[in-house]
Write a protein that binds this ligand. Sequence first.
Ligand SMILES: C[S@@+](CC[C@H](N)C(=O)[O-])C[C@H]1O[C@@H](n2cnc3c(N)ncnc32)[C@H](O)[C@@H]1O
Length: 208
Amino acid sequence: MKHPYACATPPEKISEHHRRVLNTRRRNLLSALARLPRGREPYDLEIGCGHGHFLAGYARAHPNRFCIGIDIAGARLERAQRKTDRAGVDNVGWIHGDATLFLDSVPEHLRFSRVFILFPDPWPKKRHHKHRLVGPEFLKRLASLCRPRAELYFRSDHIPYVEAVEAALAASPRWSPESPETWPWESRTVFQDLAPSYRSLVARKVDN
Ligand SMILES: C[S@@+](CC[C@H](N)C(=O)[O-])C[C@H]1O[C@@H](n2cnc3c(N)ncnc32)[C@H](O)[C@@H]1O
């Protein structure tokens, strides 16, 4: 008997559909990336920027740096965009998309000097750890898109996630841990306001 939840779509059609969705998302990312201004180095990136609380303020305080915020939630980015439009901040670009796909789409002329990852979804259950954004592969890919001696800033209230990222950074030949005291600029994010406590990590890209 056919399973009640059996899908009527044959597997080859499902993968074809996924492939098309992925291609559309990649195309959208590529055109968003192509709209970013060239020659505005240094470029700083915030991954999972949410409503843009941190990056909008950071961009305003650093007019000589170009800031890029990426998030998978489009509605959050619309708020971020309204915020920077209202404030007349013109050194920031908001990009809607998945961070992993984004890293695979970054053009060669765009390399990051600072990367912020603030309160990423912690996926606390062990069986969900595979959904966490930051792990060894992600750090390796990120390093390849960063300028020499680029800085990575990571902050979370989920201490097991911080410890996992700390271990991945320590094991990586591409990143060297630095003191969290060197955090360059403070502005509380939405999730930071909700967190009773948190930990920060700083690492610098190692160039051989
Ligand atoms: C817990 S919120 C933190 C938001 C903000 N950084 C803060 O501190 O308030 C995590 C953010 O990461 C975004 N996010 C989750 N997975 C993502 C992915 N794969 N690519 C891009 N953004 C993602 C979510 O949409 C959400 O805005």
